[in-house]
Design a protein. Sequence first.
Length: 161
Amino acid sequence: MKRGEARTDGLLLSTADDWHARAVEALLAAGCRNTAPRHAVLDWIASRCTPFTAEILVAALERQQGLSSRPTIYRTLEWLRAEGWIARVQSDENAHTYVRRLPGHYHQVICTQCGHTLIMRGCTIEHALVPALSSIDFEVHGHVLELYGVCGSCRVEQPAP
Ligand SMILES: [Zn+2]
Ligand SMILES: [Zn+2]
């Protein structure tokens, strides 16, 4: 299976090309010019399948001459986060960690060893939980869910003892 192909089980691999094309389109539609520094940020995030912090991104782009505009990087990250193209997945005391995602209601399935992220479409969580919650007189208005585990490749590489 090629990366990016829809899978029949409702899972979609988070692919670099698909994400990049859609994010650039959204950026232009929002009236932002796709300047070289912004382009570098999108390129880098698109090629990244593991979670990252803003400082990892800044450090990577500083190695590319002329693309080390920290304010632009932070503003671009903030725009991507606000529009749903990246999500905060974990935070320690010092920094937020991001992964790329697609706008809309999806759930992420994240491998804790290699960081590969799958995007899960089709959500039945509330259908499953609403009966129990309504029995305690609670009305659900939304939810956040991230699933962590170990992908097949990582399990093959590191068999359980
Ligand atoms: Zn893995
Ligand atoms: Zn959901």
